[in-house]
Design a protein around this ligand. Structure first.
Ligand SMILES: NC(=O)c1ccc[n+]([C@@H]2O[C@H](COP(=O)([O-])OP(=O)(O)OC[C@H]3O[C@@H](n4cnc5c(N)ncnc54)[C@H](O)[C@@H]3O)[C@@H](O)[C@H]2O)c1
Length: 273
């Protein structure tokens, strides 16, 4: 049986790499992104064009050709804001209607803002960080887990979220982001206990500095010319690629990870050591 995933934040970065990684592993995927800018934030979000390009590249991986083959629909795009329960619920419904069920809900979408102490952060940016980075995974759990549980037992369902090294280590000017990401760690621990012996697990990965548009924005927030200082900070002395973080998510989504639940796995080049 083909496994089926919903992945949020799919237009670029770690989410896009996760869609491609799952496609290569034979999954059917609903690739979700808001695909429009967030007026509360100072940097662009992924676009609808990028989301469709990710779907096309994932289909190419699936079919082994450079272009999507006609009639192949195993990877589909769905525009939704991950904080909108109805819109994200429609992505779950699409997975179930089109592909017959849901095996993994993968909450990757996230945003960054800050660069100043919390008490100086504009309220709308604070709302965006807490709403998207913590509220998004909570919404994904609320609409995704019932879908995972609709698979008949014995099942191998996976709820996955992306936290951050900022969940455990204090980072200057990122108190709100760190609070949201620490909340994600608490979320998967609580879900793991609630899910108990259902066959559905809940886990998170905590990436270190990964070469994406979000890291470019982090450099800008710190007044850095580029992201090189983030590489120097990590014991492996380089940035991670989105594909390296996605590889951990793809493994966690699979049936071999059943012994892990409530875990927050550092995928961070040693940053948290
Ligand atoms: N890049 C890093 O160094 C790093 C480090 C630690 C954790 N993370 C986390 O990894 C995840 C992915 O980050 P990335 O670096 O790939 O970022 P990115 O900015 O490159 O991609 C994020 C994607 O999420 C989408 N998105 C944002 N808000 C959304 C919403 N409300 N609804 C739906 N889609 C939304 C954006 O449009 C974008 O396509 C985030 O949760 C981030 O906090 C990233």
């Amino acid at each position: 049986m083909n496994r089926v995933a919903v992945v949020t934040g799919a237009a670029r970065g770690i989410g896009a790499a996760t869609v491609r990684g799952l496609a290569a592993a034979g999954w059917a995927v609903v690739a979700v992104d808001r695909a429009s800018d967030d007026p509360r934030l100072a940097y662009p979000m992924g676009s609808e064009g990028q989301l469709h390009a990710v779907v096309a590249s994932a289909l190419a991986v699936t079919t082994g050709t450079m272009t999507a083959s006609a009639g192949s629909d195993r990877i589909v795009a769905h525009v939704a804001d991950t904080t909108d329960e109805e819109a994200l619920g429609a992505a779950v419904a699409l997975a179930e209607d089109r592909f017959g069920g849901l095996d993994a809900m993968v909450a990757v979408a996230g945003v960054i803002a800050g660069g100043v102490p919390l008490w100086e952060m504009p309220g709308d940016q604070l709302g965006a960080v807490l709403g998207v980075d913590l509220g998004g995974p909570i919404t994904a759990a609320r609409v995704g887990i019932p879908g995972l549980l609709r698979r008949p037992a014995p099942r191998q369902g996976r709820f996955l979220a992306v936290a951050s090294a900022a969940a455990t280590g204090g980072m200057p000017g990122l108190a709100a982001y760190g609070a949201a990401k620490a909340g994600v760690a608490g979320l998967v621990r609580g879900l793991a206990v609630d899910l108990a012996d259902t066959g559905v697990t809940a886990n998170a990965v905590s990436p270190g500095s990964t070469a994406t548009a979000m890291l470019d924005e982090s450099a800008r927030l710190y007044g850095l010319e580029d992201t090189r200082p983030f590489a120097d900070q990590q014991p492996i002395k380089r940035l991670l690629t989105p594909e390296e973080v996605a590889a951990a998510l793809v493994w966690l989504a699979g049936v071999d990870s059943g012994a892990l639940t409530g875990a927050v796995i550092p995928v961070d080049g040693g940053l948290s050591l």
